[in-house]
Write a protein that binds this ligand. Structure first.
Ligand code: HEC
Ligand code: HEC
Length: 359
């Protein structure tokens, strides 16, 4: 931006602020010169939390049946028709029993229980949490798009999946407290911990981690116990280009193998130093979609290619041509389409296959 346009923009901002000042803005009394007091409408828009005592819960109602229709349309794609969820997401229902509804303690949470995963209905101690979470965060791809009645309806449907309410039930602000009294894990919380210490701890906060600074017999040598495998080194692109150019830590040059790997290549990982060097070029040109280092995929393994040509005098030229032009019939009936890679990349890969491949 030129300095004159910067000036003009500055003026525009100043004018807009002045106009706001006279009409709607209430300068903050508490922090003079910083921001302004939020308007009641702004506060209302943010103030959507529903608390365990149901303070903040909007009025409304929704039935299990309405919830089922909504669930199928807006929730089941991720959470499954019965709340079992796809393998990626946490299941919503399951793992609770009629006995849990009676006691308010979910037995499948107890030590030794044979429950594969914790579901939402198992964990939750307050129904407000379920209502609030759906209202503010779901559906994941369109949060805050549900009306209050719709949130009541899907919440009722979830409760029905756990047999907490019957299929004919309509959940509303008028009866939600009664349903809270049937929540399977309503008695499952404890205050005997540091975060919100209760009577058990005399109400006194105490850290839940104990430790002291090491002042004696401290270890002086650093032993690195594990490394990223060579093939994953460049998985996130060139780290050197992604970190700020100042300060003590710099991104490694991930286009090259780690310096210690250059001297000490590890064949067990299927990629020695030379293989690691070309890995970014192979990735960039999507060669690994069809070729494995050691394994045949659609095309031959690079190891087999390297073995076949390692003693051919003209191998580098030949392979450069084949990498660019593709081919068929040498390794089987599958053909390799021509590849849109640069001459330099093709030559580098051919040189690697013909001469530098580390078996
Ligand atoms: C596009 C996928 C998607 C859709 C559609 C979706 N959700 Fe979710 N849901 C998620 C994700 C992701 C989470 C967070 C899971 C996590 O963090 O473990 C989640 C979490 C939840 C949880 C809390 C689970 C827990 O135990 O913490 C509830 C309850 C829930 N969703 C209800 C709904 C409802 C009701 C709808 C439909 C109105 C819906 N979701 C639609 C993806 C989705
Ligand atoms: C769509 C799948 C596919 C892609 C992508 C692909 N190849 Fe191939 N490649 C093949 C097949 C199939 C063959 C075997 C062709 C044959 O039998 O002649 C082959 C053969 C080769 C050969 C041996 C040629 C010969 O004459 O022996 C080399 C070298 C090779 N590919 C390198 C590469 C490189 C490097 C890339 C990335 C730039 C690449 N390939 C991308 C499928 C593919």
């Amino acid at each position: 931006m030129s300095s004159s346009s910067a000036l003009r923009t500055g003026w525009a901002v100043a004018l807009v602020c002045a106009a706001w000042g006279v009409s709607t803005v209430h300068a903050s009394d508490k922090f003079p010169g910083i921001g302004r007091t939020a308007t009641p409408a702004e506060v209302k828009a943010w103030d959507i939390d529903v608390r365990p005592d149901f303070k903040g819960l909007p009025r409304g109602r929704g039935s299990v049946r309405q919830g089922e229709v909504l669930w199928e349309a807006k929730c089941a794609s991720c959470h499954g028709s019965f709340g079992e969820s796809s393998e990626i997401f946490t299941p919503i229902a399951g793992g609770t029993t009629a006995e849990d509804i009676r006691t308010g303690r979910v037995s499948s949470l107890m030590p030794g229980a044979n429950q594969p995963q914790r579901t939402a209905l198992m964990k939750m101690a307050t129904l407000s949490t379920l209502w609030d979470y759906i209202s503010r965060a779901m559906p994941w791809n369109a949060p805050k798009s549900l009306s209050a009645d719709e949130v009541y309806a899907v919440t009722a449907y979830i409760l029905n999946l756990g047999s907490i309410v019957p299929a004919e039930f309509t959940l509303s602000d008028a009866n939600i407290r009664e349903v809270q009294e049937r929540l399977p894990n309503r008695n499952g919380t404890t205050t005997a911990h540091a975060m919100w210490p209760g009577a058990e701890l005399g109400g006194k906060p105490r850290p839940d981690v104990q430790g002291s600074t090491c002042m004696r017999d401290c270890k002086t040598d650093v032993a690195i116990k594990s490394f990223l495998p060579d093939y994953a080194r460049n998985a996130h692109g060139q780290l050197a280009d992604q970190s700020r150019p100042l300060g003590a830590s710099r991104g490694a040059d991930t286009r090259r193998p780690a310096p210690e790997k250059m001297a000490n290549s590890s064949p067990e990982q299927g990629a020695g130093a030379a293989n690691a060097t070309v890995m970014p070029v192979l990735q960039k040109n999507a060669c690994l979609a069809c070729h494995g280092m050691d394994s045949k995929r659609i095309g031959p393994s690079f190891k087999d290619v390297a073995n076949k040509y390692k003693d051919h005098a003209d191998a580098v030229n030949y392979l450069t041509g084949k990498i660019k032009g593709g081919g068929q019939g040498i390794w089987g009936s599958m053909s390799m389409p021509p590849q849109a890679l640069s001459d330099a990349d093709a030559a580098q890969l051919a040189q690697w296959l013909a001469r530098d491949f580390s078996p």
